[in-house]
Design a protein. Sequence first.
Length: 156
Amino acid sequence: MIDDLNREQDGATEVWTGKSFTTYEGELSSSSVYPIFVQELRSVDVELLGGDQTSRFFSCEEDYSCDSIYEPGYSYAGYVLVSHSDTWRIKFSGDVIGDSDVMIKQVPISDDEGVLQLGLGCSGICVSLLFFGVGLIFALTLKGGIENPVSLDRSI
């Protein structure tokens, strides 16, 4: 996921900028990743309200990516990923100093791999149907038994 964020960072758009000790509420898409940035030398706790195992905040400490994405004046805190598009709330808290700048960006997820998988799946179905058709033709045309051309003369 971090490779996608690094590769797609140029296509990122800022969704929201605010201060800590607040909650952002807005439309989040399942076809995007939402990197969270906090003012340099500050820290903040992030929670996706109503989230679960598939829709949640992934801290940069989980995958050791805290220094992998650079945004001037900010530190990368992690990213939010949702399994279905909807209106979500992201809560920012835990900032000891308070009043820290927080930013959410939106990075579209490239779906090149999904298109490739779809193409391979359709190709596999076509090849399977072809083999089934050839097998069916052989089964219908060769259903007669093999006749024995050698006859035994038992009159001897």
